[in-house]
Design a protein around this ligand. Sequence first.
Ligand SMILES: [Zn+2]
Length: 253
Amino acid sequence: MHLVPLPALLDNYIWLLHDDDGNAIVVDPGDAGVVEHALAARQLRLRAILLTHHHHDHIGGAAELHGQHAAPVYAPDDERIEAATVRVHDGDTIELASPRVRFDVIAIPGHTLSHLAYVGAGLLLCGDTLFSLGCGRLFEGSPAQMLASLDRLSSLPGEILVCGGHEYTETNGRFAHTIEPENPELHQRLQEVSALRAQLRPTLPIALARELATNPFLRVDTDAVAAWCRQHGIDSDRVARFAAVRAAKDEFC
Ligand SMILES: [Zn+2]
């Protein structure tokens, strides 16, 4: 299976997966034109559309693509996603014949309440819940919900590739450095990220294991993040630590 991040809109990635026989899936097609161009350039047939959450920059092209290609649209059970043709829920699996791939559906509320992740083909397609060096804003869920969702994602195999929905890594990295200025793996990642972005190349996908070592939102149980929280007057449970780091990020940008 081939994986291609398609830059779209301001800083979104639409994830394109395809096999060697020209069968393709797209995840979170915010812009139908970007997908049509990529399909035509690679001579691919669109077989399925997966949506992680209802925000327009993730679903804006889904209805048009469904109309053009008659590909099923898998989506959360949320009436705000009118383009859905197959509603999926936590614990479901999606079995596709072409390309031959199977995705497990995981509910990850926090950024929005009906947000889903799709796990399959060695990939974690996680929309706006987990980014490289960051996590999504809490538009609908509570810090406890988002932390529980990130805990579920953290328990996946370390080699799985995180495919988040935005190229936010440079800004996230500047913030992560304020939380853990002494983390050598973060320093290494920041150098890599700035080299990639200098060439306008994507910083995603990234192995989950590297995020566990560098992303402050996955590291609320570490001594380093606990120390930062103590310096900021938070000396209680892990949900409070997560909430404090998330609030600091909201202030940061
Ligand atoms: Zn969103």
